[in-house]
Design a binder for this molecule. Structure first.
Ligand code: BDR
Ligand code: CA
Length: 317
């Protein structure tokens, strides 16, 4: 039986790669797409999701999600990374003729989990606002989900820190209160953070290969990634990081990753807002803010070559 995935996303250049990777993978049944503000505003990311659905024959419905963080003021959209329209400024048609699901994303998530108890893995690769809203409305969903895989966080493993501030990763600082709720809920979370996603590099040669041999999917991904590549070139990274598709890869094959367990809390205010901190349960701390929070898994190792091969082979297949 194929694995059911509900994809919560803010497309987003690397979100688009992750979505099309999941859509093409034979072991995956994409059962829903929920959108959230982030890489662009909620109108644009929802339009982008509808565009990808329509163009690539995705049958899963798209439900529109949160337009702003739970508590903090929304920050500016990262136009220097994902372009003004969120998809590298390639032309995206007006999608008004295609309807979104009538339910808001949080309600769609609740309904899907209740209809498929124990079967759905949520792969969330944007701000975690929709998930936090679903938890607030229906706390029972913690027992209904199979697993929650998130792309988010920076845990200072192997010297990898934040990408928005020295300690904060974009999806977490975009709504730190929501992220803290998601990590603190009694459901199984796996965090695929910058510690591991920064090890999966897509090069210009990879994009050329996708454009040449990856059909319509490869050509679109190569087109939307041009500006994304230029952004990363400025740091001399030698390519761009495959953040969101790495989380999707974990949902398909967790043996490609190494994890450690322990409660995770998120700093919600002050100069360290957005920092994700996992407690080492082997150390004898006095009472602290991690007490009572459930153990969650954080990725500390990755077989980057195999993750990249899984994604590339699927997209090229
Ligand atoms: C995350 O932020 C966004 O720019 C990407 O889509 C990814 O989900 C990386 O920090
Ligand atoms: Ca994303």
């Amino acid at each position: 039986m194929r694995k059911k995935i509900l994809f919560d996303t803010d497309p987003g250049v690397d979100d688009a790669a992750a979505l099309l990777f999941l859509q093409k993978h034979p072991d995956i049944e994409l059962v829903g797409i929920t959108t959230v503000f982030g890489n662009s505003d909620i109108d644009r990311v929802t339009r982008n999701a509808l565009y990808l659905k329509e163009r690539f024959g995705v049958t899963a419905p798209v439900a529109r999600g949160a337009a702003a963080p739970l508590v903090r003021q929304p920050g500016p959209a990262p136009v220097m990374v994902h372009g003004e329209n969120g998809l590298g400024d390639v032309s995206v048609p007006d999608m008004e003729a295609i309807a979104t699901d009538p339910r808001p994303a949080w309600q769609f998530i609740i309904d899907m989990l209740r209809q498929n108890p124990g079967e759905i893995t949520i792969v969330a690769v944007g701000r975690m606002t929709n998930l936090a809203l679903a938890l607030a409305e229906a706390p029972d969903i913690v027992d209904l989900v199979r697993e929650v895989v998130i792309m988010g966080g920076a845990f200072a493993v192997s010297g990898h820190n934040g990408n928005v501030t020295p300690v904060a990763e974009a999806n977490i600082i975009g709504d730190p209160h929501a992220a803290d709720i998601v990590f603190s809920a009694r459901w199984p979370v796996v965090a695929v953070g910058l510690d591991v996603t920064r090890q999966v590099l897509v090069t210009t040669q990879d994009l050329e290969l996708l454009a040449r041999k990856g059909g319509e999917t490869g050509r679109l991904l190569a087109d939307i990634s041009e500006g994304y590549m230029r952004f990363y070139d400025r740091f001399g990274a030698g390519g761009f990081y495959l953040h969101d598709a790495s989380a999707a890869a974990l949902a398909i094959d967790r043996s490609l990753f190494g994890m450690r367990a322990g409660p995770v809390r998120v700093v919600t205010n002050g100069i360290a807002a957005g920092q994700t901190i996992q407690r080492d349960n082997s150390l004898p701390y006095p009472p602290n803010a991690w007490d009572g929070a459930p153990d969650q898994e954080v990725c500390v190792a990755i077989d980057a070559a195999r993750v990249k091969a899984l994604v590339m082979d699927t997209l090229l297949g």
